[in-house]
Each structure stands twice: as structure tokens, then as C-alpha cells.
Write a protein that binds this ligand. Sequence first.
Ligand code: ATP
Ligand code: MG
Length: 425
Amino acid sequence: MAQQTMQHQCSFCKRIINVRDQYDLPIYDPNTGFAICRNCIKEVNHFLEEHDAAQQQDEKQVFAGQLDDILAKNKPHIIKKYLDEYIINQDRAKKILSVAVYNHYKRMKYGYQHDDGTEIEKSNVIMLGPSGCGKTALLSHLSKLLDIPFAVTDASSLTEAGFVGADVEVAVRNLYYAADKDVEKAEHGIIYLDEFDKIARKSGANNSITADPGHEGVQQALLKMLEGSVVEFTSRGQRKHPEAPTIKVDTKNILFIVGGAFVGIDEVIAKRLNKASSIGFGAEVQGKEDKPKFDELIHQVRPEDLMQYGIIPEIIGRLPVICTLETLDEDALLRILTEPKNAPVKQYEKLLAMDNVELEFQEEALRAVARKAIERKTGARSLKGIIEDLMLDVMFDIPKSTEPRKVIITKACIEDGAQPEVVKK
Ligand SMILES: Nc1ncnc2c1ncn2[C@@H]1O[C@H](COP(=O)(O)OP(=O)(O)OP(=O)(O)O)[C@@H](O)[C@H]1O
Ligand SMILES: [Mg+2]
């Protein structure tokens, strides 16, 4: 049967189109006679592609321009100064993080402005330090300062796909939300994986097939992210299934910082050093008397110790900057109680001032709080709880009267449960 040919006129170029099937005239409205020929569609398409490319280029230029300002206000010493306002000690960790962030911005700027084949590689960071020494606190304060998206994900909640729990993609999804759902911004953000030690293989490096396949799987999945891959996830966080629309984020330029207490790693390091000492290299194991041995050991951590601890070597290879934090001693804890912008003592002083009451913590009382915290072995974490327990009765009783008073917290209040002294002013 001969094919029927109809004729239409393109509404744009006015060319007459011989139409045999829909491919000759993809857009045609029989009601109005409006038609567009294939040539015009191609033209428009071409125009849009060029326009979009130019627009993207413009946006990149604008962002690259902003990067100069961002770089100027995020120099390492400026970041460190900000961290100093909240975090006591841990100078080396602050320096490492400040430089890591500044270099991350620089790498971004270079990527936007140069195409000369040189690649500035990422320097992902691994942080180790005892419980309650400020790892999570450092990163959460850092996140408030940054001009790029930053997301914290608890690695201990991650599981291999198919297990109960969150897939590793969650870390990237958190970043995507921190970037207000802007993929391009997320692709230059920073991911902090907290509690990273919790995904170590339970029996360390020497276990082979059987032990802990789940954690090994999480590490393998994280490795792909660290190496740079396109991570796909659904916006609502349900597991991927064929119908759910997905978002794709390339992790190539995302900076990863991981941190954890790595409980027991000091023993792994000591073992290695002892082995070395038996052949004459272990003199450095003996620490100075005034520093806890734990700190001496942990500062000597090497990639092979992390491997022994149960982190796969490929991941360790992707975390070139090792940053160790120190144990907080009595003096440091005393300063944490009083110095940071959000120091517990400062907060209680302000709260009581609103009731016309002056609060005085005697230094010996604060030292007793610090000593109690040290006994609990949770670093600065228990400081707040100790002070809160102590202050409960004061906070309850003081507002009963509006009289101006002074409350004095003494050492006996902490050590023997004595009542704080209240004097009229
Ligand atoms: N160096 C510090 N300076 C000021 N405050 C600190 C410091 N270290 C800890 N803190 C306080 O103690 C709390 C607990 O610290 P943080 O959560 O950072 O511990 P961590 O090192 O992450 O420990 P973990 O390994 O147990 O998670 C913080 O919320 C913070 O208020
Ligand atoms: Mg923590």
C-alpha cells in the first residue's frame, strides 16, 4: 500500500514539509496548525546547548571569583583562631584541619581556573584520640565556619547494602542536603565520618575469610567513595529500587575527614615498638614522665598499626594525613570549664545573673570537678554532667527570691556534697 504523504508548513522557517510519519514532523498541533520541522528543532537544541554551556561557564567564573574572597577569609591561622575560641589545646589537630580546609579551597580554585593537566591531590585526614578529647567538637565547630557544605555522618551506623542500617551512600546524601540539594556544591564539600574505628574488622588484620564480613563490606563501599566514584541515592533515603528517582554525586573532589577513639590502638603500637626494641629500635617507647604513656604511643602511630587494628590497607592509603589528639589533663579540663565561648561556668554565670545572682566557682572547686572527670575516663565529656548535677539545686532554689545574692561553689560541694554558700549582697 502506498504511504500517504501530507504537507505542512513549519511555523518557524516556513519550509513546506512532506510528512510521511511522525519522524518528519515531531511537533504538530492539529488544532492550531502549529508545526516545527526537524531542522528548526535541531537549531533550537543547538542554541540551548551553547547557551547552557555558556551559563555554566559564567556560574563557574562567578564561583571562582568568590573563591578568592573565601580563600582570603579562610587562611589557616584565621580558621585556627576561630577553633581556639571553643577548643582547648589540640593545637596540632587544629593546625592540620585548618591547613586541610584551606588547601581544599585552593584545590577547588585551581580546578576551576586551570586546565593544564596538573592535578592537586586531596589530602584526606584521619584523626585519632581518646574519648572526650574534642574530635567531634572540633569538627562541629569547623562546620559552622565553612563556606562550603559540610556533613557529619556516624560511621558506626553504616552497614553494607542489604544489611539492616544505613547504606554508606547516606554520608553523601547528608552532604547533598547540607548543600541545599545543589549537586555541584555537594561535589566540593567535606564529609566527616565520625566513630570511624567502629567499622574496623573486629579481629584486626590477620583474620581472613570468616570474621566480620559486614564491616569489611562497609569499608569496601567507603573505599569506592574515597577513591572517587559517582554515588547514587534516593532523595527520601529509602533503599534504591528501579522506580525511585535517584540523585548522582561524584565524590572525586569531596574532602574526607574521619575520626575515632581507636580504643586499644596504643597496645597495637606498643607491640610493634617492643618488637622493634628487641632488635634495638625501641628507645622511644619510654615516654617523658609527665605525659601519659598513651599519648606517647599514639603519637607514633603508623599506617601499619591502623591496618593491624582492622582498617583495610586501601582505605589507609587514601587517608594520608594522620592526626593524633592528646589526652586532656587537669589543667586542660579546668580551662574547658571556664575559657571557651560556650564554657559551662560562663553559661551558669549568665543564667544566674538574670536572677540577680553572682556565681563564684572557687578554683579548688573547679579542680575537683576536673579530677572527678579524669576518674571517669571520658575526657571532657563528663564535665558538663558533673556541673549540671551540682547546679540543679541552685538553679531550682535561687529563683524563689528576687534578692541580690552571691552563690559560692567550694571544693566541699564537689567532693562531699556540701551545699553551696549563699550570701546576701
Ligand atoms: N579540647 C576541648 N576543648 C573544649 N571542649 C572540649 C574539648 N574536648 C572535649 N570537649 C567537650 O567535651 C564534649 C565531648 O567531646 P567530643 O564529643 O568532641 O569527644 P570525642 O573526642 O569526639 O570523643 P569520642 O571518641 O568518645 O567520640 C564536647 O561536647 C565538648 O564540649
Ligand atoms: Mg566523638
